[in-house]
Each structure stands twice: as C-alpha cells, then as structure tokens.
Write a protein that binds this ligand. Structure first.
Ligand SMILES: C[S@@+](CC[C@H](N)C(=O)[O-])C[C@H]1O[C@@H](n2cnc3c(N)ncnc32)[C@H](O)[C@@H]1O
Length: 355
C-alpha cells in the first residue's frame, strides 16, 4: 500500500506501475484533477446559465475549442445543460487526440474504436456539414451508448456506426461506393435499399433487421460476417444503397485513392492513465481491476490487438492521409513500442509522436 495515495492502491496495481516505470504518486492528484466539458457549438451563449446551474466557474481551455474545465467534484450528468444536450463530458486528452487529426472540411473519417463515442461526437462537430464519419467498435453494448450519444447531440447526420472487429473492418467511405458503382442495381435489389433511418420502424422491418442481426452475430463468431450496421444518418451516404453496395469489397489499390482521409485508432488499453477510471475500481472492487486490467496475459495480448488495430487503420487510409493512434495508458509498451513496431512493419508510414 502506498502512503502518498489519497485512495489505497492495491499491491498488484503498484507492481504493474513499477514494472512499467510509472510513478504511483500521480494517482494522488486524482482528487484535484479538473473535469472537462465540451460545449456544443452554438451553445456558447449559455456559459453563464451553465455556471449558475452548476454553481462553479467554467474556465475556457485556450488550446481546445469548445472545452471548459471545472472543479473535480461537479456532477455534470445531473445538470439540465447535460440533459438538454448542450454539454458533454470529455477529457482534455481526448480533445487533444481529436485535434491532432486536423479535420478539414469534406474529410472522410474513420474512428476504429469509437465507443462510447466522446471523440466521435467531437469529430462529427468538427466535420459539420461535410464529409463523412464511420464509427466502428467490437462491443455491441458500448456501440449502443455511442448511438444514443450521436442521437442525443444530433450529431449523426453524416455518420454511420458499425459493430465490427476493427482489426478486419474493410469498408471504404460510403460516398465512393456509389461513385464507383459500375451499373445500376436491379429493381428488386433497389427495393431493398436502406431507407431513411428511424428508431421507430414498422414491425416487418424490425423483424427483418433482427433476423439479419442474428445472422451477422453468428457470422461474427465464425469470422465470416459483414459488419453490423447499427445506425446511419440522413447524409451518411447509406440511404438509397443496397446491402450489396454497402458491403462492396474493394481491392488494396482502390484504398490508396479511395480510402479515408483521417483515421483515429483510440485503441483498447489498460486505462491506467485515466485517473478517474482507476478510482472507480475502489467501488467496483480491486479484484475486477486485477481481472480486467492487470492480468499479464491480457496485457501482452492487448499490445498485439493494438498493433493489429493500428495496422488495419493504416490499410484503410488513403495515400497522404493521417492516422492518429492514442490510448489512455501511460505505459511505453502500449504506446511508443506499438508505434515503433508498426513503423518497422510499414515503411511507407511517416511518423510524429506527441505525449
Ligand atoms: C479507449 S475505448 C475507446 C473510447 C472512444 N474512442 C471514445 O472516445 O469514447 C476502446 C474501445 O475499443 C473497443 N475495442 C476493443 N477491441 C476492439 C476491436 N477488435 N475492434 C474494434 N473495437 C475494439 C472497446 O470495445 C472500446 O470501446
């Protein structure tokens, strides 16, 4: 047990920190680390109203547009501004990862580990009325949260969300599918085209979707699946496409010109860098931390997963595009080492590190 911690860190976690050369005293700061919110664009006029409701000052974060810091003990989820979709909680570090993508108008962006969706929402805001956004996550329940977020904040117009394995996901931005269509689909195929998204679908459609989902889920296990499309916006490019068009396969040389402009690989990790997350294990139980985070076998298989995600993200990037790899771990093994290995295996990738 470490004297300097404000909450008791278990020995197994201290061993993990030691093995990775991390100083346990950083966790003493967890009670004084500010929280951050992002104000939805257009809601700037509501700052004073939010301050009055939360009974605290919002401090503008100069280097992150739309971000404000507030004292650590403020509960944002119970506030009216949060319920009304004017603000959402997102760390400054998450904001930094998104800003590093350098989103430009018209970009087609892929977020390969998207759920629960804070970064995806920010990307969507930066894209505004242009380009497209594809979110992928392997966890169905986390993707459900992501879908709820984009709908709550009305950010899903240009967005499509898939439950899929990011290490094998291979769909290109949807605009290109329709551009590259060689011939018009047959009439009966077109009748099956995706209609405008609605959560309240007729019974027949819901039944069909459940059947498709079940088939997709069983194929997911077999590894022969299509990604499961769980949401698409009006201007995501999906409306009007048939399933065949959406799931059209592409060859590698098409990707170089028709791939994504920007890819974010916010990879699964041990979350040790998220002080607030680690703090939660005090309530969830430290044995959960042991099982979910520290298990040595999991940690080594994690770095393999991280490398595979980064490699697949790069495969889907068009020539000249940018890819950002980020984690909420502080370990060199899950960050610099993964990137070094990736660069060794992908000579055509340029590099730039930031911490
Ligand atoms: C750090 S979280 C992502 C946080 C998210 N980018 C955000 O800003 O809210 C990592 C995510 O990776 C997902 N994940 C794990 N393995 C994956 C895989 N093989 N393919 C795609 N996503 C995966 C997890 O389900 C988890 O949601």
């Amino acid at each position: 047990m470490e004297e300097s911690s404000t909450f008791p860190l278990p020995d197994a976690f201290l061993d993990f920190l030691k093995a990775n050369g991390l100083d346990p005293s950083i966790y003493t700061a967890s009670d004084s680390t500010p929280r951050y919110i992002r104000l939805k664009p257009g809601c700037e006029a509501h700052v004073q109203e939010v301050e009055a409701e939360m009974k605290c000052n919002l401090k503008k974060v100069g280097w992150l547009p739309g971000f404000y810091s507030l004292p650590p003990d403020i509960q944002i989820a119970s506030s009216k501004a949060y319920r009304e979709g004017k603000i959402y909680g997102v760390d400054a570090a998450s904001g930094a990862a998104v800003m590093a993508l350098d989103i430009s108008e018209g970009d087609h962006v892929l977020d390969l580990c998207a759920a629960p969706g804070a970064k995806l929402c920010m990307i969507s805001e930066l894209l505004g009325d242009s380009g497209s956004l594809t979110g992928v996550d392997v966890a169905t329940h986390r993707m459900a949260t992501c879908k709820t977020m984009v709908q709550k904040y009305a950010l899903g117009d240009r967005c499509r969300l898939f439950v899929a394995d990011g290490t094998t996901f291979s769909l290109l931005p949807v605009m290109f599918h329709s551009d590259s269509r060689s011939c018009e689909p047959a009439m009966d195929e077109k009748r099956d085209a995706f209609r405008e998204w609605t959560s309240r679908r007729p019974y027949k459609e819901r039944k069909k979707a459940t059947k498709t989902r079940k088939t997709d889920a069983s194929q997911l296990v077999l590894g022969t699946h299509h990604p499961e499309l769980v949401f698409y916006g009006r201007h995501s490019g999906v409306v009007g496409l048939t399933r065949n068009e959406l799931y059209q396969t592409v060859c590698d040389n098409e990707v170089s010109s028709q791939g994504y402009d920007k890819v974010l690989v916010d990879a699964e990790c041990t979350h040790d860098g998220s002080l607030r997350h680690i703090q939660k294990f005090e309530h969830w139980g430290w044995s959960t931390l042991q099982r979910r985070v520290l298990d040595a076998e999991r940690t080594s298989s994690l770095t393999i997963l991280q490398l595979k995600l980064l490699t697949n993200g790069f495969r889907l990037l068009k020539v000249g595009g940018s890819i950002i790899y980020s984690t909420c771990s502080l370990t060199v093994a899950q960050n610099e080492d993964v990137v070094e290995q990736f660069l060794k295996e992908n000579a055509s990738a340029g590099r730039s590190f930031c911490s």
